[in-house]
Design a protein around this ligand. Structure first.
Ligand code: SF4
Length: 288
């Protein structure tokens, strides 16, 4: 028996607005011959999910990128992370902390909250929008033989982050992996093609997955946002009327050292540490 043929009806580039997905978007817009050879022509859309709490330089980069592309770039949002987190609520209003804060309880036991913000603020709104753009109707099954391709900006050095889609109507594809491009290749390509312009690493201002180097970058490039993160970190523990504390067993921190963010980063600066890690990121959506 011959299986039903599947038709790709829509192709979306998931744009995290970081290094890799920005370079991928630019290569696609230029109809890069190596990408064309591997079956990647223009996507129908590049789509960015906005948590409402990225540094300003990421939004400026996004505006610049939009002007470079010859396919549409759209922004979606499922809610305001800053407002929801301060109330200890998720996008759907449940009392829950969905950002992966580091914790330590009264016995000194360390913990970390499960990261669910990626799903709530990045994956869900992107899939919802793409489903509708691809012809899916609310409450109805997606047409059986139709497929959507989601192109993700994961590079060859990050193959451990390649995961199949959880949605039956979506196939994930990784053009940079197919090209054999690493994150470093992306940075080098961009510095040659857009000399003098900086590529941002995107992540929410308060993202606990920032490396020390990434915190330092925020501090130097956008002190107001860094100071906001420091204040938020302090508020997490000190405020008496704090809905987050009511939901947690233990004291929450933004930094893995489970010490105040401002102190840890000041220490790192004093040590002249210039680390270069960004190990944990949102699955191909934040930071790439
Ligand atoms: S960047 Fe960090 S805080 Fe923002 S959605 Fe991703 S994991 Fe969550």
């Amino acid at each position: 028996m011959v299986a039903d043929a599947k038709t790709v009806v829509y192709r979306a580039l998931s744009l995290g607005a970081g290094v890799q997905s920005s370079v991928l978007a630019l290569l696609l817009s230029r109809s890069d011959p190596q990408l064309l050879k591997r079956g990647y022509s223009k996507p129908d859309v590049a789509i960015f999910a906005d948590t409402g709490w990225e540094p300003e330089y990421v939004y400026l980069h996004l505006d610049w990128l939009e002007n470079q592309l010859d396919f549409p770039l759209i922004r979606v949002s499922s809610g305001d992370l800053r407002a929801n987190l301060r109330q200890g609520r998720t996008v759907s209003g449940h009392r829950f902390v969905d950002v992966p804060l580091f914790t330590v309880d009264e016995n000194g036991k360390k913990g970390m909250l499960r990261r669910q913000c990626t799903n709530h603020y990045k994956i869900a709104p992107i899939y919802r929008k793409v489903r509708s753009l691809a012809g899916g109707r609310r409450g109805r099954r997606f047409p059986k033989n139709n497929r959507v391709e989601m192109w993700l900006g994961i590079s060859r050095d990050e193959v451990g982050r390649m995961k199949a889609s959880r949605e039956s109507w979506v196939d994930h594809r990784w053009p940079l992996v197919d090209l054999g491009m690493t994150r470093r290749d992306c940075v080098e390509w961009f510095s040659v093609e857009y000399s003098g312009r900086r590529l941002p690493r995107s992540a929410c201002v308060i993202c606990p997955y920032r490396s020390d180097e990434h915190w330092l970058e925020l501090k130097r490039r956008e002190p107001d946002s860094y100071n906001e993160a420091v204040r938020f970190d302090r508020w997490l523990r000190n405020s008496t009327k704090n809905p987050i504390r009511e939901l947690l067993n233990g004291r929450p921190y933004l930094h893995a050292a489970r010490r105040p963010l401002g102190t840890v980063i000041a220490d790192r600066e004093a040590q002249g540490v210039d680390l270069n890690h960004f190990n944990e990121e949102c699955e191909g959506l934040c930071g790439t």
